[in-house]
Design a protein around this ligand. Structure first.
Ligand code: GLA
Length: 646
């Protein structure tokens, strides 16, 4: 079958494959005995076929012999249940047994393949944290203590940081400290937050261990590990700094009407994680997945559209899980580039071949960059803290808040980066803070400095509430932003599920909002909209404050989509931020620029043709056609990549 595979890869224009991701038990069938012959053969065959390899370190699924001999390397959940081998990813990230065995395998692989001409990149582990983001076993407990000792130095500082006087939790010995295992009610929130930090770091250490071996034995070869969009357990900002290439796995739900918006958002995150560097779409499916309750297929053209969308948002490579559909195992109903049946009789194969042919003509795109005037603040620690239990409302969810902003930017074609609150924001004109519940003094100062220097900031409710220890910032909410916003939030009035509150914009426009409301006292800001018809009748709901050379807008509730669009439109106008082009509804427009090229991506998300006004003539790299000033017709789910200028 392998010969046919290489032949089909050539037919489909495949020039990179991820190889051996779950092959540990084949590479090392018994402890210390390696079998590389089969991998040598595949590597050689791919090389002869002109296909390069993103070679996996194969450490995501330890072989049964390892966990059989050392059951203590298996992960344990918060309730004490141990997870056994028989699926994948069954390892405790802090386990010395696992780490040593993984390290030995990576050394052997790197030694053997570092010089292989097919080797293009190393693929470390796979989707770190996917099934087991944290382990609560005794080994992890000890590693957690060591991590805490490093962070706090002495026990008194830890007791203070965790507020352990509350509920009689004061620790007198380090050994008393545990991961937040299953408890009668909520474990200490500061402990939970530190455990999330620790768990992200524990997996990062596993990645780092492998990366160190690869950089030593295989210098100059890029190293990546595949991310999972907005994956809560791992602080990808920290991870991305340690990757040569950021790569991502995107499995849109074709039944989700917002799937296009969500994958655009993931693309912007991946580009931002890499500081603007091109990234790789490592995995997507050609058609159906197998892991939803009902796995509906992608519509004709949808795989192509979403592949181009990744490129439009900064990807330089488009890959798939998986090459050939398997005959056995848990994923045999997951679609693939090569189906169970005869490839030539399936539309999916023809779409794959066509995409490969088209992408081969897009070399000009490689290396080009995207310039955004807008940044959305996204911070993993704040996300973790926000979603700990025991809050005024557990309905406030970090990604929902991001989406309530991003939706408008997507619809309006305002090119957007993601940034941390502490990042240098001086390159942006408009910064959006859908929610920064947890913020450090430095980051709060950074946001104020951005506005003072002339930037426009939009911030939503329940921001600036706690410090990095998850302690309330006292002195009136939101304490670090009161001067910047020109107001004080006296109290929160969360809304019941299904409850609605009205907004009055004062010009005859009324809107709805839900989930949250607040009692605000202005201290310099003006109200852009008031609450209407509740106990908050006539009180400010959306405010604007001139601060230094800039402006800070505050949104004290969750407005409906039209009202949010109105607020963000006004903010964008204030910041003089312009869309890539004025495109009709359902069409995304985004530009990538190289030293000598400006490339305008147009993506029609609709299943009907759309005419898009084009101002600059050029050529369409997708089909080589000339593009004239005027209307360009995009077919249903159609795409164009216009090289602007002749
Ligand atoms: C993830 C994994 C793959 C596969 C796919 C299925 O992305 O990396 O190994 O399980 O999911 O969608």
């Amino acid at each position: 079958m392998w010969e046919e595979d290489v032949r089909l890869m050539r037919e489909a224009g495949v020039n990179l494959v991820s190889l051996g991701i779950f092959s540990w038990s084949r590479l090392e069938p018994i402890q210390g005995k390696h079998e590389f012959g089969w991998l040598d053969r595949i590597m050689d065959m791919l090389h002869e076929g002109g296909v390069r390899v993103d070679l996996a370190t194969a450490t995501a699924s330890p072989p049964p012999w390892l966990s059989h001999a050392h059951p203590e390397m298996l992960p344990v959940m918060a309730d004490g249940v141990r997870l056994w081998h028989g699926a994948r990813q069954h390892y405790c990230p802090s386990s010395p047994v696992y780490r040593e065995a993984a390290g030995r395998l990576v050394k052997a692989l790197a030694t053997r393949y570092a010089k292989h001409p097919a080797l293009a990149m190393w693929h470390v582990g796979n989707e770190f944290g996917c099934h087991v983001p944290a382990c609560y076993c005794d080994v992890s407990a000890q590693a957690f203590r060591e991590w805490l000792q490093e962070r706090y130095g002495d026990l008194e500082s830890l007791n203070r940081a965790w507020g352990t006087d509350f509920w009689s939790q004061r620790y007198s010995e380090w050994d008393e400290i545990l991961p937040p295992r299953r408890t009668p009610t909520w474990p200490n929130p500061s402990q939970q937050l530190d455990f999330m930090r620790f768990s992200s770091d524990a997996l990062l250490e596993c990645y780092e261990l492998e990366r160190a071996i690869l950089t030593e034995l295989s210098p100059g070869v890029a190293v990546t590990t595949n991310f999972m969009r907005f994956f809560k357990p791992l602080d990808y900002w920290k991870w991305a700094e340690r990757e040569d290439v950021v790569s991502d796995d995107v499995y849109q739900d074709p039944a989700d009407p917002d799937a296009g918006m969500r994958s655009a958002m993931a693309g912007d995150l991946m580009r931002s994680l890499g500081g603007g560097r091109p990234w790789i779409l490592m995995e997507q499916t050609t058609n159906r997945v197998n892991w939803r309750d009902v796995n509906i297929p992608k519509a004709p053209g949808q795989m192509r559209l979403w592949s181009y969308q990744a490129v439009a948002h900064g990807a330089d490579g488009v890959m798939f899980f998986q090459w050939r559909q398997s005959r056995a195992g848990a994923e045999k109903f997951h679609s693939a580039m090569v189906p169970h049946g005869r490839p030539e009789s399936t539309p999916t194969w023809h779409e794959v071949v066509e995409l490969g042919r088209e992408l081969a003509g897009l070399d000009t795109v490689c290396g080009s960059r995207i310039k955004a005037d807008v940044a959305i603040l996204h911070d993993w620690e704040s996300w973790w803290a926000l979603e700990l239990p025991s809050k005024p409302s557990i309905r406030v969810r970090h990604v929902d808040q991001l989406e309530s902003y991003y939706r408008h930017l997507f619809d309006a074609n305002l090119t957007t980066d993601f940034a941390r609150p502490s990042d240098d924001l001086s390159g942006y004109r408009l910064v959006l803070a859908p929610n920064v519940y947890l913020i450090s003094d430095e980051a709060a100062g950074n946001l104020a400095a951005f506005v003072e220097a002339g930037g426009t900031l939009v911030m939503s409710f329940f921001s600036g509430i706690v410090d990095p220890f998850e302690h309330i910032r006292l002195g009136g909410y939101p304490e670090p932003f009161r001067r910047l916003l020109g107001l004080e939030v006296v109290d929160w009035l969360p809304l019941a599920d299904g409850e609605d509150i009205k907004l009055n914009f004062g010009d005859g426009t009324m809107a709805h909002a839900d989930m949250w409301s607040e009692l605000i006292v202005l201290a310099g800001a003006e109200a852009l909209a008031h609450f209407s018809g509740s106990t908050l009748d006539g009180r400010p709901a959306v405010t604007s404050h001139k601060f230094g050379e800039g402006r800070a807008i505050y949104v004290a509730t969750r407005p409906d989509v039209a009202a949010m669009a109105r607020i963000l439109r006004a903010a964008a106008a204030d910041a003089e931020v312009k869309p890539a082009i004025e495109a009709p509804a359902g069409v995304s427009a985004i530009r990538r620029s190289g030293p000598r090229s400006s490339l305008l991506f147009l993506l029609n998300h609709r299943d009907v043709p759309v005419d898009v006004p084009v101002a600059d003539p050029g050529s369409n790299l997708v089909d080589g056609s000339e593009v004239h000033r005027g209307l360009l017709r995009l077919g249903p789910r159609g795409v164009a990549v216009i090289r602007e200028g002749w």
